[in-house]
Design a protein around this ligand. Structure first.
Ligand code: GRG
Length: 298
């Protein structure tokens, strides 16, 4: 159970992020592409990645998150949303529900869903470039954007998805490959969220590296917890059918290790994540968020 203070912070940060996303996405446009983009961006996501970005920035800089960090934080959410739209497509996971709502291609058709995903990725690049220019191409801002686009590209999220796609229907028997897939597919964008916040705060390279390692371990714990929830928490987790991953022979940590060992891994990765950041001041809040995420029920 999270503390009232954490709940309040999450609400405050989600509102800030939603307001900013709203301003970035062609608010009153009647164009179907904006409708499709907005449909998925405002479909009820937790905003975990932009929250990690804002929080890393706030904790390291001791300043409240403002437009200095909101652009890059929202660019991360735009990339995350595009990946979910494309992941749900018939050519990939062929899912009809996400977050308890019909998926983008079910509502808008496959062609528009592909374009909405593309447009969100494009928008993320536009937002980052405008932000860099407005901030006179400060080196730490450029580094943050570079990190984000590498983390979501072939060495990161897309690379992880490729491993998933080429092994679909087969059982991954190599533990290292299973890790590589999840590190790239899930952890990289979570790492990028923490690293970008740290870069904007002006953190030194050693701190950036710690936040990178924190994000990596949190990402793994988060992914394994997600796999466990898919299996046991379906009555609570809207939009997924019971044990779908196991029935469809998906390669997850739970199908590989079984549920008990998988839970042990959630605990050991989150412990590692916390150990990395607890040497810094003011981290109690991030530690609380870590515990909340890995103990979540949905
Ligand atoms: C299609 C390029 C491309 C990549 C797809 C992100 C992804 C890669 C696939 C989505 C499916 C999946 C199991 C991703 C793992 C990460 C994960 C648990 C995503 C869901 O993230 P949450 O829980 O989502 O933060 P919300 O709904 O809260 O935004």
């Amino acid at each position: 159970m999270s503390s009232e203070r954490l709940k309040e912070y999450l609400k405050y940060a989600q509102e800030k992020i939603d307001k900013h996303l709203d301003s970035l996405l062609g608010k009153n446009s009647p164009d179907v592409i904006y409708e499709a983009m907005r449909y998925s961006v405002f479909a009820g996501g937790k905003r975990l990645r932009p929250i990690l970005c804002l929080l890393s920035y706030e904790l390291l800089s001791a300043e409240e998150a403002d437009e200095k960090v909101l652009d890059i934080a929202c660019a991360i959410e735009l990339i995350h949303t595009y990946s979910l739209i494309h992941d749900d497509l018939p050519a990939m996971d062929n899912d009809v529900l996400r977050r308890g709502k019909p998926t983008n291609h079910v509502v808008f058709g496959e062609a528009i869903a592909i374009l909405a995903g593309d447009a969100l990725l494009n928008k993320a690049a536009e937002v980052c470039l405008d932000w860099i220019l407005r901030n006179k191409a400060k080196e730490n801002f450029v580094k943050a954007a570079e990190y984000l686009f590498k983390a979501s590209g072939t060495e990161g999220m897309i690379g992880g998805q490729v491993i998933d796609v080429v092994n679909s229907g087969k059982e991954i028997t190599d533990e290292n490959l299973l890790y590589e897939m999840h590190l790239k597919k899930t952890s990289k964008l979570i790492q990028a969220s923490c690293v970008c916040g740290a870069y904007v705060a002006g953190a030194k390279e050693e701190v950036i590296s710690d936040f990178e390692q924190y994000g990596k371990n949190l990402g793994l714990a988060f992914q394994i917890r997600d796999d466990i929830l898919d299996l046991i928490g379906d009555s609570k987790k809207v939009g997924k059918s019971i044990g779908k991953d196991i029935k469809e022979k998906k390669n997850t940590f739970v199908t590989y290790y079984g549920i008990e060992k998988a839970q042990e891994y959630v605990e050991s990765f989150s412990k590692k994540a916390i150990e990395i950041i607890e040497k810094y001041d003011r981290m109690s809040f991030l530690i609380e968020l870590t515990n909340y995420l890995i103990n979540r029920e949905k």
